[in-house]
Design a protein around this ligand. Structure first.
Ligand code: GSH
Length: 208
């Protein structure tokens, strides 16, 4: 049994959505970020970075959303959301997971938390925006040429990850869904019944 420490709409959304999609039994533990529960000694003992998500796996706290997504998809292969290690598409899948983490999630973190760098917030946001838009343009081209998913016809955990990151751009000057192929991709992902379940459980309404 897994237990997910989560906060609505944050990086925990990827893990929560996958738990729903893969029909894996789990318990949800809300982290009250307004009360800074993620900075409490109790939480930091599980996740010293003081961020969500944390997933309890076999009694141990584990963190990093992308790593958790890969772990769950590998551990529950019947769901078919990760090519096996000897599958020809595995290298492509690993590529996209790490590419999304480094070229999209990383600047998105700076957009939402510019003070992380302790520099001029507007300048940090401008730099982050440029990197995010460059990444979106490349992803849009990829989906246009080799879609409809990141692995072509095959849906994988990477697509859920991309959808979550696209959601985070919704208030940016140019949201990711405004690129045509990314927009079509998001519509397809949002039409999944699991997305409605996720929104209902997390009490979300924006970007529905
Ligand atoms: N690399 C981490 C980043 C997680 C992260 O940045 N979570 C944000 C919410 S989306 C958070 O907890 N922010 C609170 C803080 O930084 O104080 C992951 O992917 O799990």
């Amino acid at each position: 049994m897994y237990a997910l420490y989560y906060s609505p709409g944050t990086a925990s959304l990827l893990v929560h959505w996958l738990l729903i999609e893969m029909d894996i039994e789990h318990e949800l533990r809300l982290v009250d970020m307004d009360a800074r529960a993620h900075k409490s000694a109790e939480y930091l003992a599980m996740n010293p970075n003081g961020v969500v998500p944390t997933l309890i796996v076999d009694g141990q706290p584990r963190y990093e959303a992308a790593a958790l997504a890969m772990y769950l998809a590998d551990r529950h292969p019947d769901a078919g959301l990760a090519p096996a290690l000897d599958d020809p598409q595995r290298a492509l899948y690993d590529q996209w997971m790490f590419n999304l983490a480094s070229t999209l999630q990383s600047p998105l973190r700076l957009w939402w938390y510019p003070w992380d760098l302790q520099a001029d917030d507007d300048a940090v946001r401008a730099g982050a925006q440029a990197r995010i838009e460059d990444a979106c343009a490349r992803l849009d081209a990829q989906l246009g040429a080799h879609g409809p998913y990141l692995l072509g016809e095959r849906l994988s955990a990477a697509d859920f990850y991309l959808t979550m990151l696209m959601r985070w751009t919704r208030k940016m000057p140019k949201p990711a869904h405004e690129w045509p192929h990314l927009g079509e991709f998001a519509r397809r992902m949002k039409a999944r019944p699991g997305f409605a379940t996720l929104y209902q459980r997390e009490g979300l309404s924006e970007w529905a």
